[in-house]
Design a protein around this ligand. Structure first.
Ligand code: SF4
Length: 319
């Protein structure tokens, strides 16, 4: 196992390749030093059924993000850096307690790329404490293959986004024109390591291993979604599990007009129809009330609350 701190010294953990010395308190585009920072640890019920199951997914929300999309739905933690500094040992204790008291189906690391150097240590300590549930790497998809290769022995399930097929759009919304290439390579590596999500073939409702790709349909950018689905189909075929999400709410800092509104039902249906026409066999389609007006945003968390998600679905366990 590589030393944790050495990987933060001239940090090249994600495709931004900043080379910032995070051990000296410097910050790259992700905005985080080498100190682990976490916004919440809780049982989360808002993931797809094979991930949340009945008892929830034991989720860690890390502070910061290397992609920094202008429409980010978790902007409080990804760009405003809400969160607490925590040692790896303290995080392991919180996760152990969550696993033992709530019986969560897995441990789910959300936006972990910029803290990827800590994960082998955290997972190894959890295993020592007999926490043998699957470990989930839940990412924007803007990941580097060599970093994923280091994680292979420690991660069981990959949940990558595939946000953009269009490099110009990736540049406009995330300042990452290389996103389509980098994300496609990352998904290929994830599939090579773990295959497709096994819940479809194992006979179990809850997944134990594999890859599930997510795509959030953005208002006004349907051709990006159509092309993203076509790219995934061409690369991985119809058995790749896909989750199409409609939950977008305008929360980010952007002047782009279509991102000031919810997604139209017709836009989402167009994306779903294309996925069905391509023949994807394992398709999750989010059931959101798209025609409802008002500022209620059930999928947008508020990390200032003890229960960041609506309906008191799991309280933050960090003490
Ligand atoms: S993880 Fe952060 S500091 Fe490291 S390369 Fe990515 S954005 Fe830069």
């Amino acid at each position: 196992m590589k030393s944790v701190l050495s990987q933060y010294r001239a940090c090249r953990l994600c495709p931004r390749l900043c080379s910032a010395d995070r051990t000296a308190g410097r910050r790259g585009i992700c905005g985080e030093s080498a100190e682990l920072r976490v916004a919440a640890v809780l049982a989360h019920f808002g993931e797809e059924p094979p991930i949340s199951g009945e008892r929830g997914s034991g989720t860690v929300f890390f502070s910061g993000c290397s992609l920094r999309c202008c429409f980010c739905q978790n902007i409080q933690i990804s760009q405003e850096h809400l969160g607490k500094t925590i040692s790896a040992e303290h995080l392991v204790e919180s996760l152990q307690q969550l696993a033992e008291t709530s019986g969560v189906h897995n441990i789910n690391f959300v936006t972990p790329d910029h803290f990827a150097a800590h994960l082998p240590l955290i997972v190894a300590q959890l295993r020592t404490k007999k926490i043998d549930i699957p470990m989930v790497y839940n990412t924007s998809g803007y990941s580097l293959v060599p970093v994923l290769q280091e994680l292979e022995p420690f991660i069981d399930i990959y949940l990558p986004d595939f946000k953009y097929s269009d490099s110009d759009l990736a540049n406009k919304l995330s300042h990452a024109p290389d996103y389509p290439d980098k994300a496609l390579n990352a998904v290929a590596e994830m599939v090579r390591q773990k295959g497709f999500l096994d819940s479809f073939t194992s006979g179990h409702v809850v997944a134990g291993q594999g890859t599930l790709v997510r795509h959030l349909v953005l208002p006004g950018f349907i051709s990006n979604s159509i092309d993203a689905l076509s790219m995934l189909y061409t690369e991985f075929g119809r058995d790749l599990p896909i989750s199409l999400m409609s939950q977008f709410h305008p929360v980010g800092k952007t002047e782009i007009e279509s991102l000031q509104r919810r997604l139209y039902r017709q836009e989402f249906q167009q994306s779903v129809q294309h996925a069905q026409e391509l023949g994807f066999q394992h398709l999750f389609v989010q059931d959101t009330e798209l025609d409802e007006e008002g500022d209620d945003a059930p999928f947008v968390p508020d990390f200032r609350r003890k229960s960041p998600f609506r309906g008191n679905q799991g309280e933050d366990q960090l003490k």
